[in-house]
Design a protein around this ligand. Structure first.
Ligand SMILES: *[C@@H]1O[C@H](CO)[C@@H](O)[C@H](O)[C@H]1NC(C)=O
Ligand SMILES: *[C@@H]1O[C@H](CO)[C@@H](O)[C@H](O)[C@H]1NC(C)=O
Ligand SMILES: *[C@@H]1O[C@H](CO)[C@@H](O)[C@H](O)[C@H]1NC(C)=O
Length: 614
């Protein structure tokens, strides 16, 4: 195992700090009691440390220093320190203190320091209780790194049994909380005790500053390790009454990778694949509406909604269960009433909304939040309770004159603790709101005038004239094209049914029903193409149709090709199921066909749009 890196660093540190620690001013503080709790029940490491600090020196002290070894500092993604007022069980409010990265003179390079600024200096002989909460992402390592479908997933956690403190510690203890009682192994030193799902180290007394004692815990954890490699959240504000949120996810199961064949049969029948997850749950605001969930293939209906007055729970199920290393991409969208999130203060408007993903227990490696403000917004400022990268861009959509300002916020390694409220302030002139309706009204006015002119012009055509006959013929061409369009849309509806039958197959495994669906589609498509034949020959014979025939023929040909590819995809998938191939392998087999299908579908849709204009 590569736990040596942490130990080596700690050792170098020990040498480097032995001279350093004695020479510094902060040795005036001592920690009379230290209690550390580490929670390993999810995919991130959460640590809560309660420090009782005493000033043994003569001068008042206004900051407390917290060092982290390099390997931990890289993974540290959230830190909050505060003093809890009151004593014992009646610990009341936790008030956060400001923290900043510090760089004490002479510190060895392998340490990253944070400094906690006290609200008032700690005078000689006084004590203070400080609570430090930290979250580390990606610091639990699956070991072994690869497992089969039948195996449970094991994770390794490494740390020091002694808190790395720049101050001497009188009494300290550490509790490590695991998901359950399944512990493979753990480092045993003096005063180590395993009880239930908790390992307790300590109490240890009179520990000098910068002491360390490496420990490792190897334990079973089948909690879903859902990691969004990338998430783009777009929050669009419309002063017409709602906020539209669209979230694009690239999700991976970040745990031990699956080796060997995946069997859906095993997965369903024998509850194998404990390390996989089937579904994800998002907590949306209570009045979220028009909720959808779709992936590259289309809308997925296997999502569930439950709501009460405080929240809406969205339970989504990807098309296949997620095993270690497996990926999926999907989008969810919902809209919410504007008045729940838009407020006014000091002549400005502000949106007050949560920052991160609504999915429970997800880690987002790269999060981009885009807040699209109404056109004409000015004096934009942002308030986020932690550091983020900020920029601005412009989004232009239909009816916009100059585009909407977009606030772009980026952050990496986002954990649930970051899902806090943030605010975007802006000024907005209500007159801008009238632009869109004014444009619509003038648009309708012109249309109206054009219609009148056209109708008057039309009335001047004499019924026996050549132009009147030509018009009749043109009407007939148009109605024929329309009939062809109708048939084509029946074809497309049939394609959707074919796709749906494949989705059912993946859920139920019922090959017979799926094959029957293909047979029905085959019969129906023959009928539809037969109906189209006389319509096409009419177009060929009509001189008026010369301009439209090529496009119509093209779309019919593309539709034929699309149908062929879909049938091929369908038979490939059903064959694979008959041969009991794994999900991965099926995906590989149909990947190239699927690409072709999507490209053709796009072409057919585009051509239909062109024909619509006729
Ligand atoms: C996340 O962003 C960083 C920096 O922009 C980039 O180097 C990294 O490749 C991104 N990761 C993913 C998974 O996109
Ligand atoms: C998916 O559902 C949403 C919301 O019901 C709808 O707006 C969208 O058009 C649907 N997309 C497809 C491809 O059916
Ligand atoms: C934002 O909304 C949250 C939850 O409703 C609230 O606690 C917080 O005070 C609000 N922030 C501001 C600046 O209004």
């Amino acid at each position: 195992m590569n736990n040596n890196r942490l130990i080596t660093t700690l050792f170098i540190l020990f040498i480097a700090t032995s001279s350093f620690s004695t020479s510094l001013a902060f040795s005036n503080l001592i920690i009379s009691k230290l209690d550390s709790q580490i929670d390993l029940t999810s995919q991130v490491v959460r640590s809560t440390i309660t420090l009782k600090i005493k000033n043994n020196g003569d001068d008042p002290v206004s900051e407390v220093l917290l060092p982290f070894p390099e390997q931990q500092a890289e993974k540290l993604t959230f830190l909050v320190a505060g003093s809890s007022e009151g004593k014992g069980k009646r610990k009341s409010s936790f008030s956060a203190l400001s923290t900043k990265v510090a760089n004490p003179e002479g510190s060895p390079p392998a340490l990253t320091w944070y400094s906690v600024l006290l609200s008032q200096p700690l005078s000689k002989g006084d004590t203070l209780t400080l609570e430090v909460k930290t979250v580390f992402a990606h610091s639990l390592r699956p070991f072994p790194e690869k497992i089969t479908q039948a195996d449970a997933q094991l994770l390794v956690f490494q740390d020091s049994a002694y808190y790395l403190s720049p101050y001497p510690v009188k009494v300290q203890s550490l509790t490590v909380k695991l998901p359950d009682q399944n512990v493979e192994s753990y480092t045993k030193i003096e005063n180590t005790q395993l009880s239930g799902s908790e390992i307790k180290y300590g109490p240890y007394q009179n520990i000098p500053s910068f002491s360390f004692k490496p420990i490792a815990v190897h334990f079973v954890s089948n909690r879903p390790l859902a990691v969004a490699e990338e998430l783009v959240r777009e929050i669009e504000i419309s002063h017409w009454g709602n906020i539209q949120v669209t979230e694009h996810y690239k999700l991976i199961h970040g745990g031990a990778q699956l080796t060997g064949e995946f069997s859906r049969l095993d997965f369903q029948a024998r509850f194998k694949g404990v390390s996989a997850f089937r579904n994800l749950i998002a907590t949306l605001p209570p009045r979220a509406r028009s909720i959808y969930y779709r992936d590259e293939i289309g809308n997925i209906s296997t999502s569930n909604l439950r709501s009460d007055s405080r929240k809406t729970l969205l339970d989504i199920e990807p098309r296949y269960p997620m095993f270690g290393g497996w990926k999926t991409s999907f989008t969810i969208g919902y809209s919410m009433p504007l008045k729940d999130f838009l407020f006014q203060a000091e002549g400005k408007r502000f949106v007050n909304i949560t920052f991160s993903s609504p999915f429970n227990d997800i880690v987002v490696e790269n999060l981009t939040v885009k807040v699209v403000l109404p056109e004409g917004s000015k004096d934009i400022s942002v308030s986020v309770p932690f550091p983020v990268k900020q920029s601005q861009e412009t989004k232009i959509s239909h009816l916009d004159m100059v585009g909407r300002p977009v606030v772009v916020l980026e952050k990496s390694n986002v954990v649930p603790e970051h899902n806090l409220y943030f605010q975007v302030y802006y000024r907005f002139n209500s007159f801008s709101l009238l632009w869109e309706p004014l444009m619509l009204i003038s648009g309708f006015f012109f249309l109206f005038v054009t219609c009148i002119i056209y109708m008057h012009a039309d009335l001047t055509i004499s019924k026996s004239s050549a132009s009147y006959l030509a018009k009749l013929q043109w009407d007939e061409v148009q109605s024929t094209v329309q009939q062809i369009q109708n048939i084509l849309s029946q074809c497309l509806a049939m394609h959707d049914k074919l796709e749906a039958s494949l989705r059912d197959l993946s859920r139920t495994g019922d090959i017979k029903t799926c094959k029957a669906a293909r047979k029905a589609a085959d019969g129906m498509s023959k009928e539809l193409f037969k109906e189209m034949k006389p319509l096409l020959s009419f177009l060929h014979s009509s001189p008026q149709a010369a301009g439209v025939v090529p496009k119509v023929e093209e779309v019919v040909a593309k539709e034929r090709e699309l149908l062929e590819k879909l049938m091929l995809k369908h038979s490939t998938v059903t064959d694979s199921y008959e041969k009991k191939l794994g999900g991965r392998e099926i995906e590989n087999r149909v990947a190239s066909i699927q690409q072709k299908v999507m490209a053709l579908r796009q072409e057919v849709d585009d051509l239909l749009d062109v024909i619509d204009e006729i």
